[in-house]
Every structure is written in C-alpha cells, then in structure tokens.
Design a protein around this ligand. Structure first.
Ligand code: PEP
Ligand code: MG
Length: 592
C-alpha cells in the first residue's frame, strides 16, 4: 500500500520483520533472474560480434565471482567461499560454450537467448539425474547463467562495490542464503515486495540485526535507486522523501529505543519470572554458529532451537561427521551448562540449497522435507545424528526432530538414533547416555496425536510458524494472504492447549519456538495456557523477559480461559494487548 502526500512524502506499508529505524539512499536490485531473455534475429555476418559479447560477459562474470568469493572468504571463511569454485568451473565448461556457438549459428539468434536456452537445457537434464553431485550442478549452472545474463544485458547491474555510503537494499525477493551473506556494514536495512513474518529471510534479518520490511508488494515498481528513504522495521513502513516532521518523530522513537535498551540490559541476568513467582525458561533461537555470542549477550537460558540446516545450505559437498561434530561441539561448549536444543536437518521449501538440489515440487511445504527427507536419506541423517551425539559429550545437548506428523516417524528416527548410539559405544566414542530427545509440534496431526507422541518424546517444542500455516491453510511466505496468518486464531489456541495438556499428562515440558514466542501480544496467552519454555529471537529476548517479569501468571491464566471461549481473534487480541500495555508500557512502542 502506498500513501502519497502533497509534500512529496510517500509511505509504503508492509510487514516489519526486524526492528529498528534506518535512513539512507535506496538501491534497487533487479531480480528478473531466471526469466527468459527476448529472442532476436541475428544476421550471420553478426555472429562473431555476438560471440565476442559472450566472451566479454564471461570475463566480467569471472571477475564478479572472484570478487564475491574474496568478500565471502573474508567475512565467512573459506568453506563458504568454496561454493563459488563450482560457479567458476561452469564458466570454463567448453562443451557448454561450444553448444551456445552452435545454437547461435543454427538458429540465427542473439547470444543471450542462446546462452539461456543451452544452459537451461543442461540444468534441466542435470536436475533430474539420480546422482546427487550432478544434481547440485544444476543449481550452479542456473546461478552462473543468471550472472552471465546480467552482464550481457546490463540487467540487475547495480554495482554495489563502488557505493561508498551504506544503503537500503530493495529487492523483489531475497532468499535466506543471500540474506545470510548481506554485510551489515554495507546494508543499513532491506525491503522486499514479497515475504511474510515467519519466512527464513525475515528470521535471518532479525539475527543479523538489520532492520527489515517485507511484503511491500510494489516497492520495486514504485521506488527508484537513489531515493532517500526512512525504513521502520518496527512498524513495517518505508517512507520515501520523509518530511522534517516525520524525521523528527522518528528521532524521538530512536531516542526512546535507546532508553528502553538501557533499561532492558539491567535485567539481562535476571530470571524470566512473573510478578506472582511463576518461572518460564526463556531461551534463544539460533541459525548460525556465529550467533552463539548473541545468545550469551542477551542472557538467554541456552538455545531452544538451533536450526542446523543453515550449515547445509549452498554447499557443494555436505558437511561430514567431523565438520558437523566440531561445529555442534563449539556451540555446546560455549553455552554449557545451559542446554542447546539442536533441531535435526529441516531442509525444504524456503531453505532448499545446493546441498540437496533445487526443489521442483508443486507444494514444497507439503513435500519432501525435514524428517521425511531424513528418514528417506538415512545416509545423511545418520551422519548428523552421530555428530550430535558426539557433541553431547561436551555440553548440555538435546535434540528434536522437525515436522513429525505421527508416531511412526518418531519411532523410526529414535531407532536410527539408537543404532548410532550402539555404534559409538562400540567405537568407544563418548556421548550423553541420557540425551533428551523431543519433537517439534508443527503439524496438526502431531497435535491430534500428541498423547501418543508424548510416550516417545522428552519434550514438545511447538513450531507455530508451521503450525499456523498448516492449521489455517495459509502459506507463511505469501504476503497476499499475510492477513489470514493469525497466531491467535481460536483454532490455534486450541492446538496449543491440546499440546500443552498432552505434555502435562506425560510429565514432559512444552515450549514454543516459532515466531509467536517473540510476539509480545501472544505472551500473556501463551503463559496463561501453561507453556513451560519460550525460545525467541535473541534480539527480542530482553523485551520478552521484561514483559514476563511484569505480568501476573494468574491473570494470564484467566485471560487464556476467556480467550479459549472467544469466537474470534480480534476479541482475544484486544484483551491481550491491553494487558501488555499495562504491564510494559512503552516497551513495544510504535510511531506511525
Ligand atoms: C516453526 O515452524 O515454528 C519453526 C520454528 O521452524 P521453522 O521456522 O524453521 O520452520
Ligand atoms: Mg517449522
């Protein structure tokens, strides 16, 4: 939505996914990648010129990739930089280049069209073979093709390297892995046309502490590179040409935020305990090993959700047992004696990477991902389980399986874990014999069978990001249905209640690790329903702790009883918001 005023100010409203206010110039990155270039007729006498253009584009692409590779190596280490070796190899592939030449000569067409057709045919052929390594090459080919086409057509050719000032990045979409590579020193904030609150792009922006707004729908169309903008990640607003009045209001907001931060730091080492003495375990969600410092800094009681799949994204070769064990051990050791709950590989949908090939499933969120993928690829799963077990010897490690839909998956996964334990025992490799294994409850069928699942699990961690999308049939990545993505929908409250009740019957704890646990409005209800643990984004942890410390658990329980009787979520929200405002005035403040 765009509001325009006579004073030249234009306000774009989307979904705030990472808090903070920044101002600066906008850079719009085109991402027409993957689109088919137009086909033009080329006379035979011009074939050499077309081929020369290709050579120039290849040279420019080699230079671009080498530069990106250097930057990634400096910032993230050589294993992350390695993925670009495969990209450079594609550029040297003589068979592919000969094919392009033949195509131009046979069809009499322009080089961009020929290059796209030939490389896409290669990618399609490779993407459908059994061999995993070859399948990964399909993604490399598409990535490189896109870069070569950028250089051939000049599209997307915003050269960020000579921008001296940090900028606000605007793009139609950003994948989680591209987002993970954003350098916060260069990018003040970012905005996208698509996306929702619980997309992994949003989650990564939060952990990088880059203010971000997604779901703006038409930002790319209506903004221009060079526009001066203010981006408000609290309220999900981007203001182009902000007036003095707007800048003044935001200046006030920033000042208030600084004061709030100072106040929040005072409770860093205090427990998350309500005014009437009810204690909640408050832990943090983590995507990358490097986030461990943020967990310590925010005073979390360990990690409630470690998304291990990030180590697998954009990898040419999957991390082996030693590499995984070293990484898991580092995190476990750094946080001991606090627990670290590692979630086993949840590859799929919004996080498919080179490691397992691109997804071409019609419904990836209902498809081959998470525990389904792991049980089908026990070779990969076994390596991870062994590495996690090894890490359990040096810290307080727990593990949980994602996307459990029924008891068979859980018992099959536990059986493989038992085999791994037997192997390690036989090899004399130490691990925690009492390692606790829980499940993510994020599929309605898991809620409905929680009584059975509870017999085989030591804890339940409710993944509301997925549980909401599956319960309400709302794609969590689709901004067009974002208004239907409703954490406090009466159906969701019943899902939460059923899970917590089943956990209690089995004497196991229930936590929430989806983004709902970082949403202030949901906290009184979650507490009232009886959750034992909340695992939240580190950047939200202190606010949530502050709120818990200013709530009365008994009042939350009354609210939950009422909420369960409400017919719609608006009534629930009004009451819950009022309670949050009373308990923590100004902490979750907004301006526009
Ligand atoms: C969830 O679904 O709530 C969750 C925490 O997992 P992810 O966001 O990684 O799917
Ligand atoms: Mg999930």
């Amino acid at each position: 939505m765009v509001d325009s005023a006579d004073n030249g100010e234009r306000i774009f409203r989307g979904i705030g996914v990472s808090p903070g206010v920044v101002r600066g110039r906008i850079v719009i990155l085109d991402d027409d990648h993957g689109e088919r270039p137009a086909r033009h007729r080329v006379e035979p006498k011009n074939f050499p010129a077309e081929l020369e253009r290709l050579q120039q584009a290849l040279t420019a692409t080699r230079r671009d990739i080498a530069r990106i590779q250097d930057e990634v190596r400096d910032r993230m280490g050589s294993s992350d930089a390695e993925i670009f070796d495969a990209h450079l190899l594609v550029l040297e592939d003589q068979t592919l280049l000969d094919e392009v030449q033949k195509f131009i000569e046979a069809e009499g067409v322009n080089v961009e069209f020929a290059f796209h057709e030939v490389s896409e045919n290669y990618a399609i052929a490779l993407g459908s073979v059994e061999d995993e390594y070859l399948r990964e090459r399909a993604a490399d080919i598409r990535d490189v093709t896109s870069r070569v086409l950028d250089n051939l057509t000049g599209r997307g050719a915003v050269d960020l390297s000579h921008l001296t000032e940090p900028y606000i990045l605007v793009r139609h979409d950003l994948t989680p892995s591209v987002t993970a590579q954003i350098n916060p020193e260069h990018v003040l904030g970012f905005a996208t046309d698509v996306g929702g609150k619980t997309s992994h792009t949003a989650i990564i922006a939060g952990s990088l502490r880059i203010p971000a707004v997604v779901g703006l729908k038409t930002a790319c169309e209506n903004m221009a590179t060079g526009d001066y903008a203010l981006l408000d990640g609290f309220n999900g607003v981007v203001v182009i040409n902000p007036t003095d009045q707007t800048l003044f209001e935001y200046g006030q907001l920033e000042k208030e935020q600084e004061d709030i931060q100072a106040k929040l730091l005072e409770i860093k080492d205090s427990p998350a305990i309500t005014l009437d003495g009810h204690q909640i375990i408050l832990s943090a969600n983590v995507e990358q090993i490097s986030d461990t410092a943020a967990v310590l800094d925010c005073g979390a009681q360990g990690v409630g959700l470690f998304r291990t799949e990030y180590m697998f994204l954009d990898r040419k070769v999957l991390p082996d047992e030693d590499e995984q064990a070293i990484s898991y051990e580092r995190v476990a050791k750094a946080l001991a004696p606090e627990p670290v709950i590692f979630r086993t590989l949840d590859i799929g949908a919004d996080k498919i990477g080179h490691a397992i090939g691109e997804s071409d499933e019609a419904n990836p969120f209902l498809g081959w991902r998470a525990i389904r993928f792991c049980l089908a690829r026990k070779d990969i799963f076994r390596v991870q389980l062994r590495a996690l077990l090894r890490a359990s010897a040096v810290g307080n490690v727990k593990l949980m399986y994602p996307m459990i839909s029924g008891v068979e998956e859980l018992t099959e996964a536990n059986a493989l874990l038992a085999v791994c334990m037997d192997e390690l025992r036989a090899e004399g490799v130490p691990f925690d014999e009492n390692l606790e294994v829980g499940i993510m409850v994020e599929i309605p069928s898991a809620v409905l069978t929680a009584n059975t699942l509870g017999k085989h699990a030591k804890f339940f961690s409710i993944g509301t990001n997925d549980l909401i999308q599956y319960t309400l049939a709302v794609d969590r990545l689709n901004e067009k249905v974002a208004d239907l993505y409703d954490p406090t929908h009466p159906a969701m409250l019943r899902m939460l209640q059923m899970t917590i009740d089943a956990g209690r019957r089995h004497g196991i704890w229930t936590g929430v690790c989806g983004e709902m646990a970082s949403d202030s409005t949901a906290i009184p209800i979650l507490l009232g329903l009886g959750v034992d643990e909340l695992s939240v984004a580190p950047q939200m942890l202190l606010q949530i702790k502050y709120l818990i410390r200013h709530l009365n658990h008994s009042e939350c329980e009354q609210l939950a009883v009422q909420a369960l009787e409400c017919e719609n979520s608006v009534d629930i929200l009004v009451q819950s918001r009022a309670m949050v405002q009373r308990a923590a005035p100004g902490i979750f403040h907004t301006v526009l």
